[in-house]
Write a protein that binds this ligand. Sequence first.
Ligand SMILES: Cc1ncc(COP(=O)(O)O)c(C=O)c1O
Length: 446
Amino acid sequence: MTQPNINMDHHWLPFTPNRSFKQDPRVFVAADGMHFTTHDGKEVLDGISSLWCVTAGHNRKPINEAIKKQLDTLDYATAFQASNDQAFKAAEMIANMAPGDLNRVLFCSSGSEAADTSLKVALAYHRARGEGHRNVFIGRERGYHGVGFGGMSVGGIPANRKAYGTALLPRVDHMQFIHDPVNHAYIHNREPVWQEDILLELENRILPLHDASNIAAVIVEPVAGSAGWYLPPQGYLKRLREICDKHGILLIFDEVITGFGRMGVNFGADYYGVVPDMLNFAKGVTNGVIPLGGVICTDRIYNAMMKANEGAPDHAIEFFHGYTYSGHPVACAAAIATLTLFKEEKLFERAGQMGTLLGDAMHSGLKGLPNVIGIRSLGLAGAVEMAPIAGAPGKRAYDVFMTCFHNGVLVRSAGENIVLCPPFIVEKEHIDRMVNVLADAIRQHA
Ligand SMILES: Cc1ncc(COP(=O)(O)O)c(C=O)c1O
């Protein structure tokens, strides 16, 4: 790719090999529908909804118009001790979409903030009920909950954690990973059925080790997204819910990826028929156009926090937490327009239907190619796993990603996986193109 006519010295790119990026820059300057335009005028198909965000496709007029209108009406208002109309409306829409009594929305601006917010709610809730000793968190190996210290601590991706030593939260444990590469290497629109009950580890080792009465919350992604679209065993989340209930432990679903339609329904919680105590969201809630995240809490949690302040003076704050941009009016206006668009265009149903096509195409087009050792698809997402190159973990997937990019398709490399998770407006011809370009790249790097 040609060098763009911009000074690239000062922007330190996140989660990116900066040195090699500068040798071969990938700079987008425009986007519409399913495609980007690069600085040198090439068209690139967005095969990953711009990191699981742009689910309704790029440059959607109703969202853009809502943002422009909001800017001209109320650009910003302080979030503390006052609020704005858009935040209340967006919270109502989100609560109405969420299952069970998940009715109280704490806004923030990202998935990382949502993770840390949910962990703080868990501690504050237990303390409000007189169980302040509950301060252990349980995450899962290869879980991803963003880059704040809380989310990183409960997260289980080694590279994200290794530099931070004792700065990570001390009272955290991790459940074992959920993938069986022998029996469920290839799986499409099905829940993997395990002979072994992998939650026995939680019941028999982790809970007794910390004593269940000390555990504040368990946090999991319903489907492990960032690590490479790994599906939970059949019944896993229901059983996790039962174990948490039995021991008074809160269950947090991190639905930053699975929320808002990726599974063909509102949330992963709906797909699996399990209602958590808190549900974290971000990304797709605004179609990625403006940062917005949040935690949907149950009435039970909210009421307990209010009750603990009964008798306190009028000016007493019940939860000392929040961000300057919690419920930003422009972000909330974007969310309202996005959620309305999802509904009007029935985009979640479409995600479910196109997901079947995506999975079919991935399994028929990629299975059997050199170094392919697994393909997992569910909802509108799929991952192809490749054998690692000895001594160079992640290199094969990265090389495949780069080749796909040069051939006009943006895919995502995650460890040894290549993930496809296109916008819900994807057409069959886009799916065929993504899979063909990916297949050629995999062959090229055999
Ligand atoms: C499940 C999950 N949680 C949290 C995050 C962090 O979100 P953000 O990058 O907006 O902080 C991500 C981002 O990919 C995610 O996939």
